[in-house]
Design a protein around this ligand. Structure first.
Ligand SMILES: Nc1ncnc2c1ncn2[C@@H]1O[C@H](COP(=O)(O)OP(=O)(O)OP(=O)(O)O)[C@@H](O)[C@H]1O
Ligand SMILES: [Mg+2]
Length: 160
């Protein structure tokens, strides 16, 4: 059976830090179609901010390049790809480690990938040195009845 997609968008912008908020707002508007909670939407926006900031700061450093963001909606899941044609990552496993940063002097805490991983359901990095990097993330948006069940479970846990 053909893999169905309910909606899709593609966006390209230049690596200026003012476009970080542009990307956040855009993904929020697109993902809003799945009727997420405020919290789910905040998680998605934060993850996108981290990925876009990485393209601006690490991939292109002081030059201007193109950042691409694409997103798909499939059932109740949002799948987001953020890519650049910047310098690439030499050691992906190391880059994913919490607190690992190659720019400690720029007030970087090395938590970007850790945040993306914890706020989304999945996060994958593909990168080739000298060619660029692509980060793919996905998150399932809970349906209302699933949220209600969670609340009931919480009641059960907190009742004495
Ligand atoms: N798009 C990218 N292109 C090239 N290198 C990258 C890219 N994204 C991340 N990196 C490398 O991976 C490291 C870890 O990224 P991460 O986002 O976890 O931390 P950080 O950006 O250094 O700090 P923080 O995100 O907390 O400000 C970066 O320091 C950088 O060396
Ligand atoms: Mg970062």
């Amino acid at each position: 059976m053909k893999d169905h997609i309910d909606n899709e968008m593609n966006l390209e912008f230049i690596s200026k830090s003012s476009n970080e908020s542009f990307a956040r707002i855009t993904i929020a508007a697109f993902a809003a179609q799945l009727d997420p909670t405020i919290e789910e939407l905040a998680d998605i926006k934060t993850a996108v901010s981290e990925a876009v900031t990485n393209c601006i700061i690490h991939a292109y450093e002081n030059r201007i390049g193109i950042v691409k963001m694409s997103a798909k909606l499939k059932d109740n899941e949002v799948i987001i790809e953020i890519s650049d044609h910047g310098k690439g990552i030499e050691n992906i496993e190391m880059a994913k480690e919490p607190l690992y940063t190659t720019k400690p002097n720029l007030e970087r805490s090395g938590m970007g990938f850790t945040i993306m991983e914890s706020f989304m359901d999945s996060m994958e990095i593909e990168s080739v040195v000298g060619l660029g990097t692509k980060v793919t993330m996905s998150k399932k948006i809970k349906k209302e009845d699933e949220i209600e069940n969670d609340v009931e479970e919480m009641d059960f846990i907190t009742k004495d």
